[in-house]
Write a new protein. Structure first.
Length: 474
């Protein structure tokens, strides 16, 4: 999220410019009415506008945004059924924190936690604890806080005076984990990429652990290439470490995307609470959970994994409310939409939706690979996501040129460089999700086929500033 700093600077628009910025028809009753100048854009206007006029001004400016359905960069849900939208509209004024005032909304949240505990094979779903969040980033922060607090309780004689906690993870983690380490003063220890391995290596992660390690993060669905990290192998490496050294290091699974894909498409893959070392899991309800942006989930294997002192019991508006969150007020609409989607689809419905996305991803990856200009790094057979780069023979253009030219056709396909030790590798990434149909995939292919002759005719790739060629986290 950008840190906005007020106006863009420069000279203020002239009165004539502002007069012409407003369509005369926006003066509802009479196009020649006194409303002759658009309101200022970087300070509050002196007086109110009619609601229709305010709507039209905002609506017209937003037309310059990209089309979210054609945004193949984002994992976030961009389509829901109209009935879900109606439910969200009915609940947008309900504050999720007010559980006494909105007890049924609170009950739906509790049911969602129970459903996820069952889906992720918790030993006893009735004792699994969890909560909704604004997204997987907040859920990761909460999980990290629990790991740190459990570690500090075990090391009360050394922390904070002589011990600095650390968190082990792959260099491919989502940026929220880097934020967690910065905000909560934890040393990040990252396993770099090597060769054709684009995520964490289990033994390399275990080798980075010591008595100050609060936990290891495993990613079920890397944002860089859509691949699953080997969670079971990671736990086995940490089991071996404990046997040799006595260090008992918990694992948190960041399942922002994969935790809502693997249970339905890869049921035999062991990555969840079936592994005793997995203490907590998070996911994004607004990614492959199929809900509009604004909801995530964090679950802990049992109450012992979530220190009681982190749970606030607030006497608010006449009720005792246990709460564990970074945010206080937030709408209940997304939680209601999550419960609606769980009811609407069930296991078989989720399986069908995710299988369709995977099938489209695999087919699109195969078609792109057959063009001859691209080398596939992944094929969409884990997350419905794949990454590709140009072949060594392609000298006239690069992935950044492809991304730029596709944007001219309305497609948002990110190009970015990989982190250490593969900064030499620049890729395109395509995210296939519900609402991206096979017809849209064919249109993307048609547009790329039309663009390739022009790209091949370039004398060389267009130069881009180094600051632009950075890893894309979404």
């Amino acid at each position: 999220m950008p840190l906005h700093k007020g106006s863009h600077g420069g000279t203020a628009p002239s009165d004539e410019h502002r007069r012409l910025a407003l369509n005369p028809f926006f003066a509802e009753a009479d196009p020649t009415a006194p409303m002759i100048s658009a309101p200022p854009t970087h300070q509050l206007p002196d007086g109110p506008l009619p609601p229709a006029t305010a709507y039209r001004l905002v609506h017209d400016e937003l037309m310059l945004d990209g089309n979210s359905r054609l945004n193949l960069a984002t994992f976030v849900t961009t389509w829901m059924e109209p009935q879900a939208g109606v439910l969200m509209g009915e609940c947008r004024d309900k504050n999720m924190i007010d559980k006494d005032e909105y007890p049924r909304t609170a009950e739906l949240e509790r049911r969602c936690v129970a459903m996820l505990a069952d889906l992720w094979n918790a030993p006893d779903p009735t004792t699994t604890v969890g909560c909704s969040t604004t997204g997987s980033s907040e859920a990761c922060m909460l999980a990290g806080m629990a790991l740190k607090r459990r570690w500090s309780a075990r090391n009360a004689d050394r922390y904070p005076a002589t011990a600095r906690p650390n968190l082990v993870m792959g260099v491919n983690v989502q940026v929220c984990w880097e934020k967690f380490c910065t905000f909560w003063e934890v040393e990040p220890r990252q396993v770099p990429m090597e060769g054709e391995r684009f995520h964490l290596d289990p033994q390399a992660a275990a080798d980075l652990c010591d008595e100050n390690t609060i936990g290891v993060v495993g990613i079920l669905g890397s944002t860089f290439d859509g691949s699953y990290e080997p969670i079971a192998e990671l736990c086995a490496a940490l089991d071996d470490l404990q046997e040799r050294t006595g260090l008992d290091i918990p694992v948190h699974v960041d399942g922002a995307s994969g935790a809502m894909v693997a249970p339905f498409l890869d049921p035999d893959l062991v990555w969840d609470f079936r592994l005793p070392r997995v203490s907590s899991i998070n996911t994004s309800g607004h990614k492959y959970g199929l809900v509009y942006p604004g909801v995530g989930w964090a679950l802990w294997r049992s109450p012992s994994e979530l220190p009681e002192e982190l749970v606030f019991r607030v006497n608010y508006l006449g009720g005792d409310m246990p709460t564990f969150a970074l945010n206080f007020s937030r709408p209940g609409a997304q939680v209601v939409a999550q419960y609606y989607t769980f009811l609407r689809l069930g296991r078989e419905g989720y399986r069908a939706v995710q299988q369709a996305s995977r099938d489209i991803a695999r087919r699109l990856a195969t078609e792109l690979g057959s063009l001859g200009d691209f080398r596939l790094l992944t094929r969409g057979d884990e997350l419905p996501v794949f990454a590709l780069t140009t072949t060594p023979e392609v000298k006239a253009y690069d992935v950044f040129d492809v991304s730029r030219r596709l944007r001219e056709r309305g497609w948002l396909v990110p190009a970015y460089t990989f982190p250490a030790n593969r900064q030499d590798l620049s890729v395109l990434r395509v995210v296939c999700r519900n609402g991206f149909s096979s017809d849209l995939a064919e249109l993307l292919l048609d547009d790329l086929r039309r663009l390739l002759p022009e790209l091949r005719a370039q004398s060389h790739p267009l130069k881009r500033a180094a600051s632009v060629q950075t890893a894309f986290h979404h």
